[in-house]
Design a protein around this ligand. Structure first.
Ligand SMILES: [Ca+2]
Ligand SMILES: [Ca+2]
Ligand SMILES: [Ca+2]
Length: 327
């Protein structure tokens, strides 16, 4: 309410309630030079005829994604509006309140909600006249934990065939939305399996994303494929003394991409009949090798061949024969 005195001075006084008015706890605004001493009650007490409760709207920020999940804390903001002509949301009993799950009612218009899980945020407001709104609620679903992906079908070492990896994931709360893989640093592709068939050493990265949008830190496995057969050669004819050590030189060539290791089998024959076989494990390929053995054979002219199988499982052909002369 405002007043003008004849000099044109303008004055307003407000009282928050009757008690403060009596304590002369007033605010004066003076425009002009003279404040005239009119003591009048200008606002409260609230309109006793207001029996309509206010209406509160709750706004959640940031908004959850399309699945209804948030992957971090959210803020709930309350905005209350009283009925037109009502006692309003200022002074008197006016307040907004909120509570989370089974917690206590707390006065305020903003609320931070954190912690994984599904939360019920209840809220209500009271107008200046003391009309209490029936509590309403909004559900806040928070999931901050990324899924965990499990990969199956990973070979323990070199293999000589295509490899299919399976991806499966589990997630707490919102659930798995997608699994992805990336081959050799390429782009991630959605899928639950990937087949790698090209020879070579491959890195397969994988990760999953949950419905709340939490992306797992990518993990990776290595897949090593070698489909080439090693080529073994007996290097030269060998002469040995009966009962003495004799060295049989050979080479194993394995084209890249190669697992680099092979098992070599030496076969010694006499007159087309195998008289001795020797297995030499863990031979480094693409390098000259030899095997020393005790020539416990009767003097004769034998033949010997070598054949290699790489550790990926590829077996080459037997080499051309060389002579082994035992004297
Ligand atoms: Ca009201
Ligand atoms: Ca999760
Ligand atoms: Ca090979």
């Amino acid at each position: 309410m405002s007043f003008f005195d004849p000099s044109g001075a303008y004055s307003e006084e407000w009282y928050s309630d009757k008690a403060s008015r009596e304590a002369a706890d007033v605010v004066n605004v003076v425009i002009g030079q003279t404040l005239i001493g009119i003591d009048a009650q200008l606002s409260s007490p609230p309109d006793a005829s207001d029996t309509v409760a206010p209406v509160t709207k709750a706004t959640v920020a940031p908004l959850p994604n399309g699945t209804g999940w948030s992957n971090g804390p959210v803020t709930v903001t309350l905005a209350a509006e009283d009925n037109p002509g009502g006692s309003g949301m200022v002074g008197g009993s006016a307040k907004s309140e909120h509570k989370v799950d089974s917690g206590a009612w707390t006065t305020g218009v903003t609320l931070n909600v954190a912690g994984d899980g599904t939360h019920t945020v209840s809220y209500r407001s009271t107008d200046a006249a003391g009309n209490v709104e029936a509590a309403k609620s909004v559900t806040v679903k928070i999931d901050t934990e990324a899924p965990t992906t499990t990969v199956t079908g990973v070979p323990s070492g070199w293999v000589n065939h295509a490899v299919t990896l399976g991806l499966s994931a589990s997630d707490v709360l919102s659930g798995v939305a997608s699994c992805e893989y990336a081959l050799d640093g390429g782009a991630f592709t959605q899928g639950h399996s990937v087949t790698i068939s090209a020879p070579g050493t491959h890195t397969v990265s994988y990760r999953s994303t949950d419905a709340a949008g939490n992306v797992e830190a990518a993990k990776s496995v290595t897949v090593k494929i070698d489909t080439g057969k090693p080529v073994a050669a007996a290097s030269r004819n060998v002469t040995a003394k009966k009962g003495r050590l004799a060295s049989l030189p050979f080479t194993v060539t394995d084209a890249a991409p190669s697992c680099g290791r092979a098992t070599v089998r030496i076969t010694i024959k006499l007159g087309g009949r195998t008289v001795k076989t020797i297995t030499v494990p863990n031979v480094t390929t693409n390098r000259t090798g030899s095997h020393a053995f005790l020539a416990a054979l009767r003097p004769a002219i034998y033949t010997w061949t070598v054949r290699a199988a790489d550790v990926a499982g590829n077996t080459g052909r037997a080499s051309a024969p060389r002579k082994l002369v035992v004297r």
